[in-house]
Design a binder for this molecule. Structure first.
Ligand code: SF4
Length: 739
């Protein structure tokens, strides 16, 4: 009989980062369940966690490099694949310069330290301005507003739910997501406990979501109307003398500018745009101000709009003006054990952030966080001239499905001189590649979350090793990226990749350790790759042993020795220590945000079409963007990619439950199965995104059997929040008829 073993593994499938207990027999997974001893998730698991077995065993998961020959993919060795990349990519760079190569990194990379930690080395080696990511399809508005207010992109406050008495949720569905930009496994259990001790949850959303069903109050809001509601609430705080900075007094700049800026936006004036009465807006503001431990939290629905950055800013403004930011039970800043920029350098002030250091060539969209908007990628490929993108590297990125107007991007990708994908699937985007390099199964990879402890409901440190050994000839993903970085830099990619990593780490350490570099590196030896980076970050981090200076401090060895992780306690107040703004204060009124308010006035004047329906997205517990639809355990059951329609609209439009609706915009149309639901407000329809797996040339047998439809194909790729570059993915007018 094959040997049985039990492994502890952090789930890499969503932001909740649950600890899993995985039992194996030889090379087989025999069970996956929540790890009850996990200090962070305490045994919680959702249906997606179990699907790791299907993902590991998926026959469609790529295990060997593929090279396209005469339009067909053929398997290749790693050396053959790298030789092909060298033969095809280097001439593009030599002839057209670094900007001729674009790079796009997708959402799964946020859960793989090999990709997240090593991609910057590849981007630096490329030296291209054309870097794109899923952030501009999702969360860039929150990153930008946080950067402007607190001085760093990932200084994002999260609700301190276990100690809260009131939580207002806007455009988020944590009952299904278990948090987004808020890592909160078992939101359901935590919300239930909060309500049982007398706390209240209010949900504001165009759909009565799963979270709204388990809340104390639900308020429907006009899609895209968040900015009007939030302005009305901030206005109320000033208007009714409810502003109370409490412990934040002396730590904010711009209060008078903010007061003047929101003066024109009374709840009475905002009511029609928000679809929420002035009285309800004022009541929400009063409740927030009057409750001792409270916060307002907003997420993806507030980001994927024209005013995404204003929404993200105003949510934090409300928490600040009511004294709930950085307060127990309010919106608090986690203190991650490693990789958090707000724990590095001089506490209390810093350089802040800069945007627009360069602009996209065609539309002139400003760079934000080192990236250009994803919905600029097509035009950068299509438009001839100096700097035209002629080659693309995608890393776990599927913008053909996840970005607006993927059909246009598909055509553009076919015109490239060369395309390389690092991906575990031959999917709707990687099918356009000339070379595909496969990544590891998550169960063959180690795991340390770089980003999510910075957004977690409780401070902690956890590490998991691989469950299974990888194939002997399969490189780890960091090795693949490091080798690519050497290749594009014109170095010998056949050289020892470990030595390349040694040189890169030595250069990084030298920047802060100076003459102590050799001693620091000696402490870290003989580790290489991500483990060395984690050890370095933990030991130099806020809880670290500082290489012996604080003997009781954290090291990677200690974290590894605790399979359920190390608990670092409840969230603690961090202002002003975490601030990295040049002023050393929270910037309440960043000028670029105040300037954008002028466009709110223009939006108020717009009259909605009398006949159009408004399309919004939604999230499903058994789905995660575009890449989990090939896993049988998640794919079974009722059709998930349905068009949700309010009963009155269905009757008016002649739609039957289970029937087919035609949904169209100027860009095209799709046919979707109708699901009539009173949860949706009248005039609004909802489709989940990430579907549409019926495109020729991909290899996703399970997903293509139930492909669903791609709502993003209806969306205008030109529409974005001009401040953050985030695409508008929600609140779009569509025509709906019976098919
Ligand atoms: S909520 Fe589900 S998918 Fe997300 S980390 Fe937990 S088990 Fe994994």
């Amino acid at each position: 009989m094959a040997e049985q073993a039990t492994h502890y593994r952090i789930c890499p499938l969503c932001e909740a980062c649950c600890g899993l207990e995985i039992r194996t027999e030889g090379a087989q997974v025999i069970s996956i369940r929540g790890a009850v001893d996990d200090v962070f998730s305490a045994g919680f698991i959702c249906p997606k966690g179990v699907s790791l077995k299907d993902l590991h065993e998926d026959p469609d998961r790529l295990r060997q490099p593929l090279i396209k020959r005469d339009g067909q993919f053929v398997t290749a060795t790693w050396d053959e694949a790298f030789s092909e990349i060298e033969r095809r990519l280097l001439p593009v760079i030599a002839s057209h310069g670094p900007d001729a190569v674009a790079a796009s990194i997708g959402n799964p990379a946020a859960h793989k330290i090999s990709l997240l930690a090593y991609f910057p080395r590849l981007a630096r080696a490329l030296g291209t301005r054309n870097v794109f990511s899923a952030s501009t399809l999702d969360q860039m508005p929150k990153q930008l507003s946080s950067g402007l207010m607190y001085g760093h992109w990932l200084s994002i406050p999260v609700p301190d739910l276990p100690r809260s008495d009131l939580l207002i949720i806007l455009g988020a569905n944590p009952m299904v997501s278990n948090g987004s930009l808020w890592t909160v496994p078992d939101y359901r259990g935590k919300a239930k406990a909060m309500r049982e001790r007398g706390g209240r949850i209010v949900v504001i959303d165009p759909r009565r979501t799963e979270t709204a069903h388990a809340a104390d109050e639900y308020l429907p809001i006009q899609p895209g109307g968040d900015v009007f509601l939030l302005l009305g609430m901030v206005h109320t705080l000033f208007d009714e003398n409810l502003v109370q900075l409490k412990h934040l007094a002396g730590h904010v700049n711009g209060l008078d500018d903010l007061r003047a800026a929101v003066a024109p936006y009374s709840p009475e004036r905002m009511a029609a745009g928000a679809g929420i009465t002035a009285e309800a807006q004022r009541r929400l503001a009063r409740d927030l101000a009057a409750t001792e431990r409270a916060s307002i939290y907003g997420r993806i629905g507030t980001c994927v709009q024209r005013f995404g950055t204003l929404n993200s800013w105003l949510i934090d403004v409300l928490n600040i003006l009511t004294g709930h930011l950085d307060a127990v039970g309010g919106a608090m800043f986690p203190k991650a054990a490693a990789f958090a920029a707000n724990t590095v350098g001089q506490p209390g002030s810093g350089r802040g952030i800069t945007t627009g250091r360069r602009a996209s060539r065609v539309s002139g969209a400003p760079e934000v966080f080192g990236e250009l908007p994803m919905n600029c990628l097509s035009e950068e490929i299509e438009t001839a001239g100096p700097g035209q993108v002629r080659a693309l590297i995608t890393i776990a990125s599927n913008p053909v499905l996840s970005a607006p107007n993927g059909q246009r991007l598909s055509k553009a990708l076919d015109s490239l001189d060369f395309m390389l994908s690092l991906d575990i699937y031959l999917n709707e985007t990687s099918r356009h590649a000339d070379v595909i390099l496969p990544g590891l199964s998550p169960l063959e990879d180690l795991h340390y979350d770089m980003a999510f402890p910075q957004l977690s409901w409780r401070n902690h440190a956890r590490f998991s090793g691989p469950v299974f050994a990888k194939a002997a000839d399969q490189p780890e993903e960091w090795e693949t990226i490091q080798r690519l970085a050497a290749l594009v830099a014109g170095q010998d990619w056949r050289a020892d990749v470990g030595e390349m990593d040694d040189a890169a780490v030595a250069a990084e350490v030298r920047r802060f350790a100076g003459a102590q570099t050799a001693a620091v590196l000696a402490h870290l030896a003989p580790q290489r790759g991500p483990e060395r980076l984690v050890d370095l970050a933990l030991r130099t981090g806020p809880y670290g042993d500082q290489f012996g200076l604080k003997p009781a401090g954290l090291t990677l060895a200690q974290v590894k020795a605790a399979p359920g992780g190390i608990d670092l306690g409840e969230l603690q107040p961090r202002v002003p220590e975490l601030l990295r703004t040049p002023s050393g204060r929270i910037e309440l009124a960043p000028p670029s945000l105040l300037a954008d308010l002028a466009f709110v006035d223009a939006a108020l004047e717009q009259t909605p079409s009398a006949t159009a329906m408004i399309l919004i997205g939604r999230r499903d517990m058994r789905s995660g963007n575009s890449w989990m639809h090939n896993l049988p355990v998640l794919a079974k059951g009722p059709e998930r990619c349905t068009l949700m329609v309010n009963p009155d609209d269905a009757e008016r439009l002649g739609l039957q439950n289970g029937g087919t609706a035609r949904v169209s915009t100027a860009l095209g149309e799709l046919l979707a199965q109708v699901a009539i639901s009173a949860d949706l407000m009248a005039g609004v329809v909802s489709l989940p995104h990430g579907w549409g797996h019926d495109l020729q040339g991909s290899r996703l047998q399970v997903a293509s059997a139930r492909p669903g439809v791609n709502m993003n194909a209806l969306l205008d790729g030109e529409q974005r929040d001009p401040l953050s570059g985030n695409a508008v993915l929600s609140g779009v007018a569509v025509s709906v008829t019976a098919a």
